[in-house]
Design a protein around this ligand. Structure first.
Ligand SMILES: [Zn+2]
Length: 226
């Protein structure tokens, strides 16, 4: 299945240039694992970036530049972009994993390894451990929504990116299935509903706390760290 909803070019260029934060990079890498078209686009952006760098006149490096860079890399650990994996062919009779490679590395296995925490009836969450980019404001989570269940209505102060891994959901902006990326910003007050008959599993990134806007949810807001 080829995804129908893709990251915009700015995100793909940022991924190719290695300028995205770890959480955003993880979401984009996961989309790339499921989307041959965006993989081609990133390869093109990387090639263009490389060609531009080839045209830059080299400048002499300060004598201490290399040791300083190496010690910075030591301190900061792996600061590079998350590499895009591919789902790959299934081996033997095993079905293809639901979680593409970049996510499996973070979760420590496929979906059956996820230690879900219940948010409300029919909605479970798992916080994916990523670095504290953006002062810890950027959260990336797996979300599992029972088929037919609506996620609480909410708006965002920042952006939210939701990438479908299994099942599907619909909101006012369209229908999303495996590999599709939905982006919404603070203008959107939406209420995604999981497709009937199958759990919808997504990876969702938010760069600010969600504000729940339904009548009951307004009361819950102080208690729910969504
Ligand atoms: Zn794509």
């Amino acid at each position: 299945m080829i995804p129908a909803h893709h990251p915009d070019d700015a995100l793909l260029v940022g991924y190719a240039a290695g300028t995205l934060d770890e959480a955003t990079s993880l979401v984009i890498a996961t989309h790339l694992a499921l989307c041959p078209g965006c993989r081609d686009a990133v390869a093109l952006f990387e090639a263009v970036g490389g060609a531009l760098l080839d045209d830059v006149e080299p400048v002499p490096m300060a004598p201490d530049a290399l040791p300083a860079l190496l010690s910075r890399l030591d301190r900061e650990g792996n600061v590079g972009p998350v590499p895009a994996g591919t789902v790959g062919p299934s081996s033997g009779s095993d079905p293809a994993p639901a979680l593409p490679r970049p996510l499996r590395d973070y979760v420590g296995g496929d979906l059956d390894a996820v230690r879900w925490k219940r948010l409300i009836r029919g909605v479970d969450l798992y916080d994916i451990p990523v670095g504290s980019a953006g002062g810890g404001r950027i959260k990336v989570r797996l979300m599992r929504v029972r088929g037919g269940v609506a996620v609480p209505q909410h708006t965002h102060e920042g952006i939210e990116m939701t990438l479908v891994l299994a099942g599907g959901f619909s909101d006012a902006s369209g229908h999303y299935r495996r590999g599709d990326l939905a982006c919404s910003d603070s203008d959107v007050d939406h209420r995604p509903v999981a497709d009937q008959g199958e759990d919808c599993v997504c990876v969702a990134l938010t760069d600010a706390p969600l504000r729940l806007t339904g009548p009951l949810m307004r009361l819950l807001n102080p208690f729910v760290s969504f």
